[in-house]
Design a protein around this ligand. Structure first.
Ligand SMILES: [Fe+2]
Length: 391
């Protein structure tokens, strides 16, 4: 609904009405037109258009944690039951990208309760600069990746956009809720596809509904985690020693004094050793309540914050490192070791629930970070996805 059309309508319809009648008429017509405009802007994408031409292998896949350990499906599944919900954006009124983004976000708010992952296609956006415009048009507090566990670079500081993880392309990143190991985590995660991988080259962003995962998990495994909680430990060496992850990158500072308050804000206890290396630990529940739906949600990274996650990475191939000297590791909350079978069970069940979809350049994926896990299939060739987070 453009201002021009609304003004013209007001002039025609106002006639001899009193001011209050005029306002009522405008409000009624405006909302009717708004609904009609929404219907004409958004159009469902047929499921077939979201299905990839080639199925990505999961079982026995190289550089995928646990893939040879049993229970993995052979291939990544196709989208099912409108997950993700694909929506084409028509721009017949030649609205600006910021105006269309605002409409998309209205659509998200209306549909998130039943569709927690929505893929918008055909927005007039193809570049990182246009993703910045999208990010700036989204209401909500921008969140940084400070305290995160993946390597990424900031693309536009003022817009708050980042690259998605730049871990080695051949590595397959396991499903996870973004920063569920921190006290401060995003409620929404936005991914923007700058360049999709070529057919058959991987690079999908598989999605998992947390409630599907929980419904398929062994209740005894779940109960043990619930009773004992999780202990996340992190080892962040000083960057001078050139190791994979360092505290300067993680906390975006060169000053040691900045780290402690920031780590404590995320709920961590802090220890420095004499080499200037940093150790963090925190205990967390494995469940949270969704603030909108009230649903009890499996929300943790027992498996993808575990030393075995890093052991499968090309970066650590053939290196002998104790579990607690990987960037992250997880124990039960009492400090006892999590059984490898329990980790394998979580991994295999998550992949059993995962669906992949076909990215197209310019796609915008919006996820409820509490309801949906995301991941990345290892890829070859060129593939670029950007990210943005809101609290
Ligand atoms: Fe992530």
């Amino acid at each position: 609904m453009t201002t021009r059309v609304l003004t013209a309508f007001w002039r025609i319809s106002s006639g001899f009405k009193t001011p209050s009648q005029k306002i009522l008429t405008i409000n009624l017509r405006s909302s009717q037109l708004s609904a009609a405009t929404q219907a004409s802007i958004f159009e469902p994408i047929p499921r077939e258009e979201l299905v990839t031409k080639f199925k990505s292998r999961l079982r026995d896949r190289q550089f995928l944690p646990g893939s040879s350990g049993g229970g993995f499906p052979e291939f990544l599944a196709e989208p099912r039951d409108s997950f993700p919900l694909g929506v084409r954006v028509n721009n017949r009124n030649q609205s600006t990208l910021a105006e269309l983004t605002a409409k998309c976000m209205e659509y998200v708010e209306e549909n998130f309760p039943h569709s927690p992952a929505i893929l918008f296609r055909d927005l007039p956006a193809k570049t990182a600069e246009e993703f910045s415009i999208i990010a700036q048009a989204i209401q909500g507090k921008t969140l940084t990746y400070e305290g995160g566990t993946a390597f990424r670079t900031q693309v536009d500081k003022s817009a708050g956009t980042y690259t998605a993880s730049i871990d080695p392309p051949s590595y397959t990143i396991e499903p996870h809720n973004e920063m569920s190991f921190n006290d401060l985590f995003p409620s929404k995660v936005f991914f923007f596809c700058l360049k999709e991988a070529a057919d058959g080259c991987g690079g999908e962003t598989p999605l998992v509904k947390n409630k599907d995962l929980l419904s398929k998990m062994d209740p005894e495994v779940v109960q043990k985690f619930e009773e004992k909680q999780l202990r996340y430990v992190r080892y962040l060496p000083d960057k001078s020693r050139g190791e994979y992850m360092n505290w300067q990158h993680t906390f975006t500072t060169e000053n040691r004094e900045d780290v402690e308050p920031r780590a404590k804000q995320q709920g961590y206890s802090v220890t420095w050793d004499t080499n200037g290396d940093l150790y963090l630990w925190t205990n967390k529940d494995v469940f949270i309540r969704h603030p909108l739906t009230g649903e009890k949600i499996w929300f943790n990274q027992a498996h993808s914050h575990h030393g075995s996650y890093y052991k499968a990475m090309p970066t650590f191939l053939d290196t002998e490192i104790p579990d607690d000297k990987f960037p992250c590791h997880a124990y039960y909350g009492d400090g006892s070791v999590i059984e490898p079978e329990a980790i394998q069970h979580i991994r295999a069940t998550a992949w059993e629930c995962a669906v992949g979809f076909q990215w197209r350049s310019g796609d915008l994926l919006v996820m409820d970070n509490l309801a949906v896990q995301h991941s990345r299939i290892g890829f070859s060739g060129d593939r670029k996805v950007l990210a943005y987070l809101t609290a």
